[in-house]
Design a protein around this ligand. Sequence first.
Ligand code: G6P
Length: 437
Amino acid sequence: MDGLKVVTIGGGSSYTPELVEGFIKRYEDVPIRELWLVDIPEGKEKLEIVGSLAKRMVEKAGIPMKIHLTLDRREALKDADFVTTQLRVGLLNARVLDERIPLKYGVIGQETNGPGGLFKGLRTIPVILDICKDIEELCPNAWLINFTNPAGMVTEAVLRYSRIEKVVGLCNVPVGMKMSIAQLLGVESQRVHIDFAGLNHMVFGLNVYLDGVKVTDRVIDLLTSGDSSGVTMKNIIDMGWEKEFIRALGILPCPYHRYYYQTSKMLQHELEEANTVGTRAEVVKKVEAELFELYKDPELAIKPPQLEQRGGAYYSDAACNLIQSIYNDRKDIQPVNVRNNGAIASIPAESAVEVNCIITKDGPKPIAVGDLPVPVRGLVQQIKSFERVAAEAAVTGSYQTALLAMTINPLVPSDTVAKQILDEMLQAHRAYLPQFF
Ligand code: G6P
């Protein structure tokens, strides 16, 4: 049969219109015959709303892409070419707990970093590994493209604990950094190239080029010239960087580095937000409710611009570009999460890293960067160790391993606080952590 079969697990997500828009734009190069949106029974209503909007979008575009909505994952996966995962185990209510519980102990409460990141991983990894088993059986040639957070930890777990080789982890942080830096330079983003290397939500821009000419120092000047850096995501406050620090660092941090280099300021901000407008998940719940009201409008047949209020805006560009380049063997360069294979010297070869890759029909080929600069090398290694231990805890359900992961996380101040947070969060998330009980 002509054309591709794409399956999106977590298809009822408010982000789906992004993806559909991306597929429509690229239809000529990537002829998707069938797009299957899969969700769980609790997500049925959202799936129907988003699915109807997707159908209207495709109809408006006048392309023969068939949208299927289903709660039956196995039916959807049969003979798929690409599987994308964007699910949230425990939905946004679980994220609220990930953000609020650590704050009680004076620790950053964040979706993918610190205790919140650990628990999102513990809930998500077993589900993703189940999906991997289904893929192995029902569509063994498919590419698994994972956006589910914590994307780095999830990719690590798939590489270590499944038999799937064709897996790529994706994030919008590199795309977002590139767009913001282009804006700072006042140029179109296609003219900018960044050498990305590190881990997911722990990635650095080692060098920036404008039309092939290195402009790293100029960009560092721009980043440090005001009260804000101009490079952030909608979910992370931008309070600027200490000028001399970034100049001494000489490379570009990503927005998530603020949790590590500005911990007390970020914690203070989170506490203020939690006591006023609510934590990020609480804000996102309201944004989502508004988005779904818009999606219900039978006249709406495009992605509404309000979706850009979400931190994951433009992630579809990353996803669709990746699928397009694999399918067409474009051999262009994109930053993705893959097996390191020696690309970053100080990270184990078998671990997942986020690094520029050449995208071929056989998948992403990482571009070697050698060692990371000494001032950041240790932090990156520590986060990698945290991700590995966390993935092991998710698979084994071992309390001790989970405690190890919590304690070695740089955002957690002590073994005692680690244990207190772990115990409270294990109970709070009990329903989604069968491996521990
Ligand atoms: C970022 C990250 C994504 C994350 C999103 C959260 O940009 O790169 O991994 O999912 O923000 O956005 P939200 O609107 O849910 O806070």
